[in-house]
Design a binder for this molecule. Structure first.
Ligand SMILES: *Cc1c(COP(=O)(O)O)cnc(C)c1O
Length: 391
């Protein structure tokens, strides 16, 4: 199956206004998602918010089935929360660590996750250790295996780092984690929606992702997957009357499904929008999306790599839709601003987001151009010309 580019662009009003290569920041929202969110807001204004939620229950409930279908999970293994960070936090902070416990992670780990590691290490006496990269620049699976011992209590890795095109070997890490019986938390924030992600094949116990990036959903949405036979090993760091039931004056009972990681109040319109966005992605098919994104990104890399002064900064054996680069004599922020003046969207990624990796590579900042399936070959061409013309 291939992507009908004309239809994809017609469904995406933003493509008329901008050349959007900031899909890893937030992708342009497709028409069905925009309509669903607006419709629900209108309904809330017309008949009342609680009443609107009752009427929209099937659409709200659909998000659990759609998410489960997207990642090969069961609906009761899905929690919908306000973003990927909170999803990840609800899993990570639910684990108990004691002094000397080891948390293993990757060089390209995301700042928010690493800050949480540091906080929990400080509180509990656990230690966080980084698995080195292999020669290709992704997590070295053999090194991970050598680091294992009885004190390793968690392997936590980012699937696709925020600052580069690499795809970490999530399945190989899953095999190692499974064989050793070690809990495995995958930050799939940048991979879900741009390539096929299947929790069964990966073998992770917990996975977090966001709505607004490659899934093209509304801002302020995210989800957490927790494997059903793992759920009871986690004590959610926060509880409320949705996550648990007050059953006697001094007793409560936790929900048995992953919604124990949710909280009661949420943006219902956005939640509906997330379900629509996932159904929309499933309509195209994740294999077709993944293939087009990877091809388009490789075209972009090839074009940029041929420009004098441009240095590509992507690592990894398998690359994806995120293309990072620098250009001699021009600061990444100046490149971003110059492009913005031409209605071309990119972002920059700084050392503060992925400190270990950027420090190791002696980089302070890179330009990040991230493509999606609705971007066109013509846009890749225009973008490459714009970069070449910058002085
Ligand atoms: C963007 C990003 C996050 C944070 O996602 P939010 O939805 O903003 O919380 C987490 N991890 C990685 C790797 C990211 O790129």
């Amino acid at each position: 199956m291939t992507i009908d580019l004309a239809r994809a662009r017609a469904d995406t009003p933003g493509t008329e206004a901008v050349l959007h290569f900031n899909n890893a920041g937030m992708a342009l929202t497709p028409r069905p998602v925009i309509d669903a969110v607006k419709e629900h807001l209108d309904l809330e204004a017309r008949i009342g918010g609680y009443e609107a939620a009752d009427r929209a229950e099937p659409a709200v409930e659909r998000v659990y089935d759609a998410t489960a279908e997207l990642i090969g999970a069961k609906r009761e293994e899905i929690a919908i929360v306000e973003n990927a960070t909170r999803a990840w936090d609800m899993a990570f902070y639910a684990m108990a660590f004691k002094p000397g416990d080891r948390i293993l992670t990757a060089v390209s780990e995301y700042a928010s996750n690493y800050i949480a590691f540091l906080q929990v290490a400080r509180r509990t006496g656990a230690v966080v250790e980084t698995v080195p990269n292999d020669a290709k620049g992704q997590l070295d699976v053999a090194a991970l295996e050598r680091m294992l011992d009885g004190r390793v209590k968690l392997i936590a890795m980012t699937h696709v780092p925020t600052n580069g095109g690499l795809v970490n070997p999530a399945e190989a890490v899953g095999r190692v984690a499974r064989a050793a019986g070690i809990p495995y938390l995958l930050d799939a924030c940048q991979s879900v929606g741009q390539l096929p992600v299947d929790v069964g094949r990966i073998g992770c116990d917990m996975l977090s992702a966001t709505g607004r990036k490659y899934l093209r959903g509304p801002r302020g949405t995210g989800f957490l997957f927790v494997r059903s036979d793992f759920i009871d090993r986690l004590e959610p760091p926060f509880l409320d009357l949705h996550a648990a039931k007050w059953t006697a004056p001094n007793r409560y009972e936790l929900r048995t499904d992953a919604r124990r990681f949710e909280n009661w109040e949420c943006n219902v319109a956005a939640k509906i929008g997330l379900g629509v966005a996932i159904d929309y992605a499933l309509g195209w098919g994740m294999a077709a999306i993944g293939e087009r994104v990877a091809t388009l990104a490789q075209d972009l890399r090839d074009r940029l790599g041929a420009i004098r002064g441009v240095v590509l900064r992507d690592l990894g054996e398998t690359t994806c839709g995120i293309v990072t680069f620098t250009k001699e004599g021009m600061a990444p922020t100046a490149i971003k601003e110059a492009l913005a003046g031409q209605h071309v969207n990119v972002t920059t990624s700084s050392r503060h987001s992925t400190m270990l990796d950027m420090t190791q590579r002696q980089l302070d900042m890179v330009v990040r151009a991230s493509v999606h399936y609705y971007n066109s070959e013509n846009e890749v061409d225009r973008f490459a010309r714009a970069i070449a013309a910058l002085a």
